[in-house]
Design a protein. Structure first.
Length: 138
């Protein structure tokens, strides 16, 4: 049986802690997007301000931003910063999954607000992707 060195345990512990910290930040930013506190096209605060706000290192903040970008919730422009992404079908699915985890804590009005957000975005996407015949019918 392989023995785990003390130094490796410390490294693993640090990586695990960093991952847990970034997961909490991701969850909070996702919640702000879902609740409409952060709107599409809006610039995310600078890394420095996010570090202060979450009492986290730049590495943790960068990992959170990278994860949010991967989920389609952020887009990053080099030299300009990170912005809340315009909703797409993929990001809508991701948002619904994130919101499902918040439902346990949500009250009735929050669920109604969520339905309004989702249904409005679904209608917008349907209109954008609709053909001429569908638009004439409407």
């Amino acid at each position: 049986m392989a023995k785990i060195r003390s130094r490796d345990r410390v490294r693993f512990s640090m990586v695990l802690e960093m991952s847990q910290r970034s997961a909490g930040i991701i969850e909070e930013i996702e919640a702000e997007i879902l609740k409409g506190k952060l709107l599409p096209g809006e610039r995310l605060p600078s890394e420095e301000k996010l570090c202060e706000r979450f009492s986290a290192s730049r590495t943790v903040i960068r990992e959170a931003i990278q994860q949010l970008r991967g989920r389609g919730l952020l887009r990053t422009t080099k030299g300009s910063g990170s912005y809340i992404a315009d909703p797409s079908l993929d990001s809508l699915t991701t948002a619904m999954e994130a919101y499902a985890s918040l439902v346990v804590e949500a009250g009735f009005m929050e669920l109604i607000d969520f339905r309004i957000l989702i249904e409005t975005e679904c209608a917008r996407l349907a209109a954008v992707h609709a053909g001429e015949s569908v638009l004439r019918e409407l």
